[in-house]
Ligand binder design. Structure first.
Ligand SMILES: *Cc1c(COP(=O)(O)O)cnc(C)c1O
Length: 438
């Protein structure tokens, strides 16, 4: 038996390859060594020749030093929770890069003294909502709600909430359990489908910290229903806190049932909480807007420090608010007539063997809210068998299976990604054809 290890180049020999030396600077020694060891393993198994080990290691190097990969979202779901919710605008990505190094996030460069942390982001958030006396930013929507509850209802004071608004957000996390976890006692009123102002009034007592209204952002209740408006709730004479969820700052014409911060504050709410990475289209963040004294109290509470956002979030949030329209709001206002020419271009660049076809499609908002809204869209239909290979491609493309076909829906695909989408499908289709011939 010949020794199978004979002829396998040593690790240090392979690492001397200039391409791998450069990769060590870019990705770090651990990742590059891992790629070399894997290539040596393939050589040992007789899969590749000793002379091909360096090439194989180079070919298997990851694009960056993270296991997270850029994915083309062709699902037709605009805010896809499993794909990281809102993709950032290019301006937000640039801002993140700027803030990544040493940055004046808490330093006034003119006076040389400590400056207000994240001033630019806070001003950018306050500007479109003049009805908010002050604003604050925390880690996410849940953090914003936890901060409000912890500060106002600490020590077992009660929070009054309608039974129909006891929402499970996702991944098993439930708003009522979140509230209890920071020390509040829940006082549930009404039934699943109906609640009246008199139900709230009967539940309120000297121990009530605030009345909470939570937007049912991921389901709808229809039929024999009633709820109490924010304006009516203010008649109870207690602070009214509204969790709008989605992060719309002003009304959106295509999402008439989605609450927004401006309207809710005008109706008399004292505080509004929302997410930054849903319909606003920014980074993960918890937005808090409302009455100035209350916001200041929240901001100065020790617990606020545990929910503080980092400089990257502040940078991305500011650029989301002041820069060009981010991908999520752009997708929400796109029309099939805008998408169809792109779909035709993509189709004409694909191999005819896979019979690509431009079809009408229906997208949804997704994890961002508006569960009852259909967003007319356009997709490219392909054979279902390409779904798996496309997910495993470079970049991975995630579509949607519908009636035995794979739909690549363009609603949430930014036009910048069209070229990569075409290249990924061509490669995958080529590989699939190659397998059939063999
Ligand atoms: C999404 C959502 C939350 C949670 O926000 P995160 O940013 O995911 O923490 C809370 N309340 C409502 C109504 C939501 O829609």
């Amino acid at each position: 038996m010949p020794d199978p290890r004979r002829g396998i180049p040593r690790t240090d020999q392979v690492l001397a390859d200039p391409r791998l030396r450069e990769a060590v600077d870019r990705l770090g020694a651990r990742l590059v060594k891992g790629a070399v060891v894997a290539a040596q393993q393939r050589c040992r198994g007789g899969e590749i020749e000793p002379a091909a080990v360096a090439d194989a290691a180079v070919a298997s190097l990851p694009a960056g030093a993270t296991t997270l990969r850029r994915v083309v979202n062709a699902t037709g779901v605009v805010v896809h929770t499993n794909l990281g919710r809102a993709p950032l605008s290019r301006a937000a990505v640039d801002a993140v890069r700027t803030a990544a190094g040493a940055t004046d996030v808490e330093l006034d460069l003119i006076t040389g003294r400590r400056g207000r942390r994240g001033r630019g982001a806070l001003e950018a958030l306050a500007a479109p909502v003049p009805d908010a006396g002050a604003v604050h930013v925390g880690n996410n929507g849940a953090a914003a709600l936890a901060l409000v509850t912890r500060v106002l209802a600490r020590g077992g004071r009660s929070v009054v909430i309608a039974r129909g608004e006891l929402v499970e957000i996702g991944d098993g996390f439930r708003i009522p359990e979140l509230l209890e976890s920071v020390g509040a006692r829940l006082r549930e009123v009404g039934t699943t489908n109906r609640v009246r102002l008199s139900d709230y009034a009967a539940a309120v007592d000297s121990d009530t910290a605030f009345v909470l209204k939570v937007h049912p952002s991921n389901f709808t209740v229809s039929g024999f229903t009633s709820s109490v408006s924010v304006r009516e709730l203010t008649e109870l004479g207690l602070p009214v806190v509204v969790d709008i969820g989605s992060g719309l700052l002003t009304p959106h014409p295509r999402l008439p049932n989605e609450p927004d911060a401006t309207t809710v504050l005008r109706a008399g709410a004292d505080l509004v909480t929302a997410s930054g990475d849903k319909l606003l289209g920014g980074p993960q963040a918890g937005l808090l807007l409302g009455e100035a004294d209350l916001v200041e109290r929240l901001r100065r509470d020790p617990f606020a420090r545990a929910l503080r956002v980092d400089k990257l979030t502040l940078a991305a949030l500011e650029a989301t608010l002041t820069g060009p329209t981010p991908p999520v709001p752009a997708a929400l206002s796109s029309r099939p007539d805008d998408l169809r020419p792109r779909a035709r271009m993509i189709c004409s660049a694909l191999p005819p063997g896979i019979e690509p076809e431009v079809v009408d499609s229906e997208g949804v908002v997704g994890g961002g809210g508006a569960p009852d809204v259909v967003l007319p869209s356009v997709a490219i239909a392909l054979p279902e068998c390409l779904a798996g290979p496309l997910r495993g491609g470079e970049p991975p493309v995630v579509g949607r299976l519908e009636r035995g076909r794979l739909l690549l829906d363009l609603l949430a695909v930014t036009p910048d990604d069209d070229g990569d989408l075409v290249a990924a499908v061509r490669r995958t289709a080529g590989d699939a054809a190659g397998h059939e011939e063999r």
